[in-house]
Design a protein around this ligand. Structure first.
Ligand code: OOG
Ligand code: NI
Length: 267
């Protein structure tokens, strides 16, 4: 068991950096002119709704270190379901966990995914390192592409497995930026490509959350038939607004999240 939340996030962060080298540059860009460390608003993980490995199995690792279940979200077109979790300490990152509703997908996809899941050792799921253990199976690049044609999410999972698919800078805690459009301009000036699905800024002050994200880095994966470079993980930026009671909104916005998922689409 991870003794502290911080140890768990450090391990997730180190694992994320292995395939997302641009995250270091993002930190330099946004954090270099302020005294305090960049605070992460949230991270996200992905899985399948299979009973062996549904989102609750991932959530158990966070519940064990003091997280509580909060909101739930439905993504009909992408065939996804998600929940978010919060820690009592608001400076600890929130956690967004989604799962693919496998039974709503084609028979071909179901059989590939079920055979991947069969390869996971039951004991691995409760082991300390599960949330950053990557894949427990091997797929060919052809299989990856077949999955991609039906569900980008399924293809990403087949290639990358269990790991944080993004970290999210909290703009609220940045001392040198207050507007998300300024953060975005800075990133673009530094050469980053942003996810423009649904517009570069997702959400609005009215829904109490504005978000933007980079397009995922490309990193090589060793498939059963060779090495190929494909989209890995990305960085997100979130600005939260106060509710009528004066407290910052802590939930997510399904219409915005729907577009954030597309940050792992190929350029
Ligand atoms: C999660 C996408 C949703 C957000 O902040 O709305 C999300 C994912 O890409 O797995 O992170
Ligand atoms: Ni996110």
């Amino acid at each position: 068991m991870h003794n502290t939340v911080d140890n768990l996030f450090q391990a997730l962060w180190d694992n994320y950096l292995e395939v997302t080298p641009s995250a270091v540059k993002v930190h330099e860009l946004l954090g270099s002119t302020q005294q305090n460390d960049v605070i992460n608003d949230h991270i996200a993980l992905r899985t399948f709704n299979h009973e062996k490995i549904g989102l609750e199995k991932l959530a158990a690792h966070f519940l064990a270190v003091g997280y509580k279940e909060c909101g739930e979200y439905h993504f009909e077109a992408k065939k996804l379901y998600a929940k978010h979790y919060e820690h009592t300490d608001p400076t600890k990152p929130k956690v967004f966990i989604s799962e693919l509703l496998v039974e709503k997908c084609s028979q071909a996809l179901q059989s590939v995914v079920n055979s991947m899941i069969d390869e996971i050792d039951e004991a691995a799921i409760t082991a300390d390192n599960f949330l950053y253990s990557g894949t427990h199976w091997q797929v060919s690049h052809d299989t990856y592409q077949a999955l991609l044609a039906e569900s980008e999410y399924a293809a990403w999972m087949a290639a990358w497995g269990y790991r944080a698919n993004h970290f999210t800078v909290s703009i609220n805690y940045l001392s040198n930026f207050t507007k998300i459009t300024d953060v975005n301009q800075n990133l673009k000036d530094a050469g980053f490509e942003l996810n423009s699905a649904g517009g570069e800024v997702k959400g609005s002050p009215e829904v109490l959350l504005e978000q933007s994200s980079t397009l995922a880095d490309h990193h090589s994966v060793l498939f059963s038939d060779g090495e190929f470079k494909i989209p890995s993980c990305f960085y997100e930026f979130a600005l939260r607004y106060a509710k009528p009671d004066g407290e910052l909104y802590t939930g997510f916005v399904a219409a915005s999240a729907d577009k954030i998922f597309e940050s792992t689409n190929a350029r």
